[in-house]
Design a binder for this molecule. Structure first.
Ligand code: CTP
Ligand code: MG
Length: 235
């Protein structure tokens, strides 16, 4: 399809924010944890609303957290934005969000916990899918040597680092392909893995260190330093 680049395609984004944040260990679900007075979710959504051709935003929140809690400090969301409760596993939350995304060409699944992912990363993912890939995910080269091990910890192999990428979100897909993947009933920790399993072509585009996931208290401290450095550079 030679006009794939020319035709603007409608993009739906599902922000999954329904996890509890066990490893972070805060007293509120991770997406509502504050950094410089704002929730992680608000930083994530602020970036998502700048994505080109955004047609639909779905925010998946923990059960029992209504739209008011979820959007309390999330500054203006596009008309038609939906807030839905998630499920026990991330896959369940993605499925709940996907059900609300409606008629769009491309769906992006994004972790609220990757709250500082630059808009340019979203745009690279969308561009790769618009150019014909069934899916595209941001990734970074792996800096550590990775070992494959058996149950005893004995090394069974050393994959060539040059052929490895650490992947991030947003992960973007042709909407029909992603729906088919979720309808298959398979489950995976990574949306791309589902789509790969069905034999589709998924590409890795350049990720960004700022797309790091807030997982542990150390990551939250990093987020706080990051936002503080931005505030300092504005003054
Ligand atoms: N997520 C979700 N629903 C779940 C589990 C996770 O929507 N049942 C979301 C999280 O809110 C997060 C993203 O998926 O934005 C990545 O998950 P992770 O970083 O593992 O978050 P948590 O599951 O909340 O953290 P933990 O695993 O430490 O409990
Ligand atoms: Mg988790």
């Amino acid at each position: 399809v030679n006009d794939a680049h020319a035709a603007p395609r409608s993009v739906g984004v599902v922000v999954v924010a329904a996890g509890s944040g066990t490893r972070l260990g805060a007293d509120v679900p991770k997406a509502f944890v504050q950094v410089a007075g704002r929730s992680l979710l608000s930083y994530a959504v602020e970036r998502v609303t700048q994505v080109a051709h955004l047609a639909r935003l779905v925010i998946v929140v923990p059960e029992g957290h209504g739209t008011a809690t979820a959007l309390g400090d999330v500054a203006p969301v596009p008309e038609g934005t939906v807030v839905v409760p998630g499920g026990a596993e991330r896959t369940d939350s993605v499925r709940a969000g996907l059900a609300e995304v409606g008629e769009v060409d491309i769906v992006l699944i994004h972790d609220a916990a990757r709250a500082f992912t630059p808009v340019a990363v979203f745009d690279r993912v969308v561009a790769a899918v618009a150019a014909g890939a069934s899916g595209a995910v941001p990734g970074l080269p792996v800096v550590d040597t990775i070992k494959a091990v058996d149950a005893d910890g004995t090394i069974t192999g050393t994959p060539d680092r040059a052929g490895l990428r650490a992947v991030q979100t947003p992960q973007g897909f042709d909407a029909d392909v992603l729906r088919a993947a979720y309808a298959s009933g398979l489950s995976a920790t990574d949306d791309a893995a589902l789509v790969e399993t069905l034999g589709h072509h998924v590409r890795v585009v350049a990720g960004d260190p700022l797309a790091f996931k807030v997982t542990t208290p150390e990551d939250l401290a990093r987020a706080q330093r990051l936002v503080a450095s931005w505030a300092a550079s504005v003054d």
